[in-house]
Design a binder for this molecule. Sequence first.
Ligand code: B12
Length: 210
Amino acid sequence: MVEELFNRIVDMDEEGSINMAKEYLERGGDAQKLLEVCRDAMGVIGEKFEKGEYFLSELILGGEIFKSIMEFTLPMIKKGDVKKLGKIVLGTVKEDVHNIGKDIFKVFAEASGFEVVDIGIDVPEEKFVEAVKEHKPDIVGMSCLITAGVSSMKRTVDALKEVGLRDKIKIIIGGGRVDEGVKEYTGADAWADDAAKGVRLCKELMGIEG
Ligand code: B12
């Protein structure tokens, strides 16, 4: 069934894929697995876009399908214990408006017991700095899917250094455009290209076992 769902998303069958995702959950399917399948399908849509087989309209429709599926899937991921593990200020960096991955990471982090302050998309460095001053998080999370966002992340880390806040927090970057090299370049502490791994790393950064 998940294979069929994957194909329907890639083929842009909006109604069919939403109905199939609902049916999958109704039959007791795993919400996390469902999101992974959708994400893999988005990866293929992205590849087709790159090859010129799909255009911006398909990228937009793909995003819409994913958003519709997230609406009823994310609430099924259980909330974590009342005990808070720590606070995360989270945003998609300046120049980048992709929000789907950020929103999924937020739900995963909350499900594990983190408090998350979501400051939105296309967030300039000054806004990250203000949010750190206001919310005093343990961790800053930056989401980045496009190349233009890499320098935004570096500017944000530098801006935090300039006001003397860099050493008071941990910084994790995530999204399709991050890797070890980007982590080194930006001066972040950790990187993840999947939400579950991101949460594990946040726990590690806080010195929490498991
Ligand atoms: C849907 C989509 C769009 C939608 C976004 C809708 C939305 N509301 O988000 C729209 C149509 C708006 C769009 C626009 C554009 N897009 Co676009 N888009 C995509 C697509 C197909 C899927 C993205 C997505 O949602 N993936 C699913 C999520 C779940 O995956 P994810 O973000 O990686 O998130 C996971 C992890 O990375 C992690 N995570 C995410 N954030 C964080 C943060 C932290 C802290 C942590 C720990 C973890 C974490 O957790 C998530 C779950 O596991 C990708 C292809 C791809 N492979 O990603 C292209 C892609 C990102 N887009 C691309 C491009 C080029 C564009 C445009 C420039 C197109 C244009 N010509 O206008 C614009 C840019 C606009 C801008 N300024 O940002 C390129 C980027 C290439 C590059 N290197 O720069 C890609 C890679 C497509 C491609 N292969 O060419 N896009």
